[in-house]
Ligand binder design. Structure first.
Ligand code: NAI
Length: 290
């Protein structure tokens, strides 16, 4: 059994849905958990200390250890205070699961700059800020596990979610670079792109998905990725309904010529679009170009 005794985990947005499930699972397996949640509505408006406190109460009732933090991860002060809460309560931070998220869906032509920025602030800036606040502690300890929460909507695009898709693909870039930079200090970073029945999706998914796409079926992957035995880093996985799959950024073999003109590209478009074999790293990509 993969356990987390003596590990300290920060889970953001853990008052509801997926984050709550991650927090309960890690606590049940021995982790000391900081349950963060701003407690607002799905669009990020409002705030309440209730949801984080309720999850802490449940963990404590079940014999686990947890403290609540109702701060906003999208602000530097909120992120700093969250990491400080972990240090004050438990003395360190081993695990950060960046899960907090909001939705402000709107078709592209109608999206306002506030709707765009507001969504990026929680998902991208929030994940950056909380990880960065914890980073010096992880570096000093030579150990850290970070999971960022992307989405199939970001990896593959989705109508009405230009802001959300941008944010969720941004997290892939953040994860990949963090995986590279963290390597020499024992810090591993990965991203998940989940599907689960939560307040975020209950009006979008068919009712029969509720029993199959449980948050617990996502948390199992999160727990594996943040365990000390997992050395995987810089990877992205879709997870939902009991299935886990690697998602990768790939590049086709490409087509080249010494005389690259717009017309030459148009005339060789099928070769440009060819898919096999895949190129998986920036170095392979550069090699192919060279
Ligand atoms: P949820 O709405 O139940 O949970 C999100 C939590 O984040 C809420 O409790 C909310 O209060 C909290 N939160 C929002 N802004 C915050 C902030 N600034 N600071 C601290 N906490 C904040 O939704 P769900 O489904 O559990 O989503 C969790 C994560 O998974 C999100 O990042 C979401 O985008 C992502 N996701 C979920 C999918 C699904 O199928 N449920 C699909 C793809 C991605």
């Amino acid at each position: 059994m993969l356990r987390f005794d003596d590990r300290v985990a920060i889970i953001t947005g853990a008052g509801h849905g997926l984050g709550r499930s991650h927090a309960l699972l890690l606590a049940e397996r021995g982790a000391k958990v900081v349950v963060n949640d701003l407690g607002g509505a799905l669009d990020g408006t409002g705030a309440s200390a209730g949801p984080a406190a309720e999850v802490v109460e449940l963990i404590t009732k079940n014999g686990g250890q947890a403290v609540a933090n109702a701060g906003n991860v999208a602000t530097p002060e909120g992120a700093r205070a969250l990491v400080q809460a972990a240090v004050d309560a438990f003395g360190k931070v081993d695990i950060v699961v960046n899960n907090a998220g909001i939705l402000r869906d709107k078709s592209f032509g109608k999206m306002t700059v506030e709707e765009f920025d507001g969504v990026l602030a929680v998902h991208v800036r929030g994940s950056y800020l909380v990880s960065q606040a914890a980073y010096p502690l992880m570096k000093a300890a030579g150990y850290g596990r970070i999971v960022n929460t992307s989405s199939p909507a970001g990896l593959f695009g989705n109508f009405g979610q230009a802001n959300y898709s941008t944010a969720k693909m941004g997290l892939v870039g953040l994860t990949k670079t963090l995986g590279i930079e963290g390597a020499r200090n024992g810090i591993r970073a990965n991203a998940i792109a989940p599907v689960a029945w939560t307040r975020m999706t209950e009006s979008l998914l068919p009712a029969e998905f509720a029993a199959k796409f449980t948050p617990e079926r996502v948390s199992a992957l999160v727990a594996y990725l943040v365990h000390e035995s997992c050395e995987v880093s810089g990877e992205v996985f879709t997870v939902g309904g009991g299935r886990v799959a690697r998602v990768f950024v790939a590049e086709g073999p490409g087509w080249k010529t010494d005389d690259l003109t717009p017309e030459a590209i148009a005339g060789n478009w099928d070769a440009v679009m060819a898919e096999q074999p895949y190129v998986l790293t920036a170095a392979d990509s550069m090699k192919a170009m060279l």
